[in-house]
Structures are given as C-alpha cells and as structure tokens.
Write a protein that binds this ligand. Structure first.
Ligand SMILES: Nc1ncnc2c1ncn2[C@@H]1O[C@H](COP(=O)(O)OP(=O)(O)OP(=O)(O)O)[C@@H](O)[C@H]1O
Ligand SMILES: [Mg+2]
Length: 362
C-alpha cells in the first residue's frame, strides 16, 4: 500500500506554474479553436493570422511571467530569507519591499512591524530576566547571611538562657528581680524559635518521602493544634478521606505545614470560632482544606502573606507561610488561599498523589 505523504513533503509545483499553466491552456485552446475556424471557413491567408495570434499569446505569457516575478516572486524570496534570519534569532532583519506603495508593500510594513514588536518584547523579557537574576542572587546572599547570623546567635543565646536559669535558682526568694525572670525566659524562647524558623527557611532540608497515610499526618497536626486551644472556645473538626491511597510524602514536614496553617487560623479567631479541616481527592491530587471563621485577610495583605517576614501579628515572625509553601513546593504541590475579610479564610494544600512505584519510575 502507498504510504500517505506527510503534508508539505510531496513534490510541489511553484506558484508561478500554477498561475501560468491555466493562462497557457486557455490561450492554446483559443488558438486551436481559431485554427479550426480558419480551416473550416477556408479563410484566405488564415494561417498568417494564426501565426500572429500565436506570437501574441507567447508575448502575453512572457509579459505575465515577468510581471509576476517582479511583483510577487521577488518579495516572496525576500520574505523567506528574512523569516529564516528571524527564526535564527536575528530580530534586526527587515524586508525591503515594505517601501513599495501597493498591497505587497503594506504586507511588508505589517511584517516589519511584527518583527519590531517581537524585538521589543524580547528586549523586555531579557531586561526582566536580568533583574530577576540579580534579585535572586541578592536574596540568596541575604539568606546565607541571615542563616549564618542565626547560627552564630544560637549558641550564645543558649548560654544566656543557661545563665538566666542559674540566676533564677540563686536569687533569694524575696528578690524583686524574680518577677521578671519568666518574662526573660519566654523572650529567649521566642528568639530561639525565630532563629530556628529562619535557619529552616534559609537552609531547608529536602523531604524524606515515605509512603504514608495523609489522613494520619493531618490528624496528628490537628491533635497538636487542639492542645493549643484546650482552654479556648475554638472547635477544630476533621473530616478524613478514607479512600485516599498511601501517598509518598514527608510526614514530619507536611504535619508542620498543616500545623502552621492551623495556628494561623487559631490566631485569626479573636474569641470564639471554628476551624474545619477536610481531606479529599481531586484527580491526581490529595487536597487538604483548612477553613476558619476568623478575621480574614485584607485585600492589600493577601498578595503578600507568603513573603518572608510579612506579618500583621505583634508576636509573629512572618515565616510560617513561606516555610509551608517551600515544603509543599518541594513535594511538587501548591497552596491556594481565599479569604473574606471579617468572615474567614480558607487554605488548600494540593499534594500530587505519588505512589511508591511512581517514585521508582522517576
Ligand atoms: N488564617 C488566617 N487568617 C487571617 N490572617 C492570616 C491567616 N493566615 C495567615 N494570615 C496573615 O498572613 C500573615 C503571615 O502569616 P505567617 O504564618 O507567614 O506569619 P505569622 O503567623 O504572622 O508569623 P509566624 O512566623 O509565627 O507564623 C499573618 O501575619 C496574617 O496577617
Ligand atoms: Mg503563622
């Protein structure tokens, strides 16, 4: 059986031939008909008339061909050449026939304009890319610096904490300084927590994937969050998805993500409220939804909440969400957020359902 020809690969006939063959055909048919009439009517010196008519037909063909070459073939060739240069990256190339004062010239002008815009867009993209690279390098340096600093501060801080503890023990019971010791102790703990977060954020450890039950991971985070609100009128409900398969994930890290989101929810509820946690499967993703009826996030804050150190809380560090996003992204997932100021906030953690065999296949 004959193989079908791929498009554009068959023998092709130039457009000139496609245009000229019908003209030649019509002229030839005319000549033959004319010759037949001359013979039928036996017109005197009719063959001379036929010869002159044939000469005229040849001249018409010739002139048509020349006109086509000048009007169409040359610009077409030039267009092909310039497209070739453009596709190789030379965006300074332009077609000359744009100077012509006819339809083909207009086409050339539009083509040149298109290339000019392409050139402009590429310059803009390159400029943005350069800026982003510079910013990324800058951030990486600052991150390294911050991590180094955090590391350096941790040890002396542990020393100070030890000294404060000893002082506490040695202070006479009636000393008024005793009253401030718990405060000092809690402030030191706060600084230690910030330094730890900063170090984890600046030097995240890669996830250790295990095939585990995501319901159990989330449940553990909910359990820890419930401990935090034992004395408050905040209810945390959990709706697991029993049909979820075992998913490859780092349970410790994912638990930290869910706990960070739950703590944010708790902190957003000023007095009494509810946080609903629900799991579901959607196509190739397991989704954990955390919805609170707290104070919500303002329109101005919403685009900034994942930026390191963005916080609206007095005791906040602004590292909870960037940390969570980093972990979820290292699981090739994403976090989505919607919020209605005054009514509440909903976070969704989308994790791809990776099974053990998928991991081996990577
Ligand atoms: N559920 C929520 N409801 C209302 N606002 C929220 C919620 N989650 C996050 N936010 C807003 O996003 C900001 C950043 O959150 P993020 O967890 O990164 O930092 P933080 O909670 O302020 O500090 P920490 O480092 O202790 O977590 C919060 O300060 C708050 O303004
Ligand atoms: Mg937080």
């Amino acid at each position: 059986m004959k193989e079908p020809q791929p498009p554009g690969k068959g023998p092709s006939l130039g457009w000139q031939w496609k245009a000229i063959i019908p003209i030649v055909g019509v002229l030839l048919l005319g000549l033959i008909a004319f010759q037949a009439i001359v013979v039928a009517l036996d017109i005197p010196s009719g063959h001379w008339i036929v010869i002159v008519a044939a000469g005229g037909a040849v001249a018409i063909c010739f002139v048509t061909l020349i006109v086509m070459l000048v009007l169409i073939q040359r610009p077409l060739e030039e267009l092909k050449r310039v497209i070739g240069r453009v596709s190789e990256g030379d965006l300074a190339a332009r077609v000359d026939f744009a100077k012509r004062n006819d339809d083909v010239g207009q086409l050339g002008q539009q083509f040149n304009e298109m290339i000019r815009q392409l050139e402009e867009n590429r310059a803009e993209i390159e400029r943005l890319h350069q800026r982003e690279m510079a910013r990324a390098e800058h951030l990486a340096t600052i991150g390294e610096l911050a991590a180094g600093l955090a590391h350096e501060i941790r040890n002396p801080l542990a020393g100070i904490a030890g000294v404060v503890e000893v002082m506490g023990r040695e202070l006479p019971p009636e000393s008024s300084s005793r009253a401030v010791l718990p405060e000092v102790h809690s402030e030191i703990q706060h600084i230690q927590a910030i330094l730890n977060d900063l170090l984890v954020y600046a030097r995240p450890r890669p996830p250790e994937f295990h095939p585990a039950d995501l319901n159990a991971t989330v449940e553990q985070a909910v359990f820890l969050a419930r401990q935090q609100v034992r004395t408050k009128p905040i209810e945390i409900t959990l709706e697991p998805e029993k049909r979820l398969p075992g998913i490859l994930h780092d349970p410790v890290q994912v638990q930290q993500v869910i706990l960070n989101l739950l703590l944010n929810g708790i902190q957003a509820i000023s007095n009494q409220g509810k946080i609903e946690v629900a799991l579901r499967q959607e196509r190739e993703y397991a989704v954990v939804r955390i919805r609170d009826n707290g104070k919500g996030i303002s329109r101005e804050s919403l685009p900034r909440i994942f930026k390191p150190f963005f916080t609206t809380r007095k005791e906040g560090t602004g590292l909870g969400l960037p940390l969570a996003r980093g972990i979820v992204e290292s699981h090739k997932g994403r976090i989505e957020v919607t919020s209605e100021p005054g009514r509440g906030t909903q976070f969704e953690v989308w994790l791809p359902i990776l099974r053990a065999k998928d991991k081996h296949a990577e």
